[in-house]
Design a binder for this molecule. Structure first.
Ligand code: SAH
Length: 249
């Protein structure tokens, strides 16, 4: 398809150390239908021909063979109108932050837009300077305590989101608005939480067991709109437990 995202999205890897990651990134791109790869100052000048790059690329050697190597990010972004820097870290100075899905939803429908995704080095990520050369910062929602993905896996994830958005038009963005999503609590866990919460509110004197009115139904209505996660249920139960303990003192 002319002007499909597959022909106008470039993957840029900045100062990559491990040739294996370059090969794995090429493979990740090709599995999702992308082919334009540009390397900015890889640690090894011959990175594209190193054994690890070739081994990890597996059947995506054509992506490696057609890849370009350049000296600066500005050269890599030649002709690009909308570049997004990939970073696991949010920064004080940065272009607007979007999720992978939002990035895909912006670029997929705009047949006129030349776009790029810019990935940092394994060791140092991207410099502030590189980030500021981009129009968006893409943060992959992840475990806040361990949020740095392997380079090629980050490439895979973005390539996947872009493929899905290209196949099905603008993606539904609502799920990504709140970022990381944990496991949804089971009905049983939620019911257990209501019992605990009610107990705490009675202890506190906020809920009159003899005349409860509509407090619990109101709270149920409130929480039912949120899609409670197991961890959130545990937090609420922890609060209830502390309220009860404090009231007994
Ligand atoms: N140690 C580096 C991270 C290296 S991971 C640091 O602290 O920044 C290599 C690259 O993968 C990163 O530069 C980034 O482009 C991408 N990446 C890894 N995890 C990511 C995440 N959670 N969100 C966005 N990009 C990520």
């Amino acid at each position: 398809m002319p002007n499909s995202l597959f022909s106008r999205l470039r993957f840029v890897l900045v100062e990559t150390s491990h040739p294996g990651n370059i090969g794995a990134a090429a493979r990740a791109m090709k599995t999702m239908g992308f082919s334009e790869l540009v390397l900015v100052r890889p640690r090894f000048a011959d990175a594209l021909r190193q054994d690890d790059a070739i081994a990890f690329a597996s059947g995506a050697l054509d992506v490696l063979e057609n890849a370009k190597v350049v000296e600066t990010l500005a050269q890599a972004l030649d002709g690009v109108q909308y570049a997004a820097a990939l970073s696991s870290r949010l920064r004080e100075y940065s272009p607007p932050v979007v999720s992978p899905r939002e990035f895909a939803a912006v670029v997929a429908p705009r047949a006129d837009l030349q776009a790029a995704l810019v990935f940092g080095s394994e060791r140092y990520g991207l410099s502030n300077d590189s980030v500021m050369q981009c129009q968006a910062l893409v943060n992959i929602p992840a475990n806040p305590a361990y949020s740095s993905l392997n380079l090629a896996q980050a490439v895979q994830l973005l390539a996947y989101e872009c493929r899905v958005a290209s196949d099905s038009g603008p993606a539904d963005q609502s799920a990504s608005r709140i970022g990381f999503q944990g496991e949804l609590a089971s009905a049983e866990q939620v019911e257990g939480m209501y019992v605990h919460l009610e107990h705490a509110l009675v202890e506190l004197g906020f809920l009159d067991a003899a005349n409860p009115k509509k407090l619990m139904p109101r709270l149920r209505r409130l929480f039912s709109r949120t899609g409670l996660e197991t961890e959130e249920v545990n937090i609420l139960r922890g609060i209830a437990g502390h309220v009860i303990a404090a009231c007994k003192k």
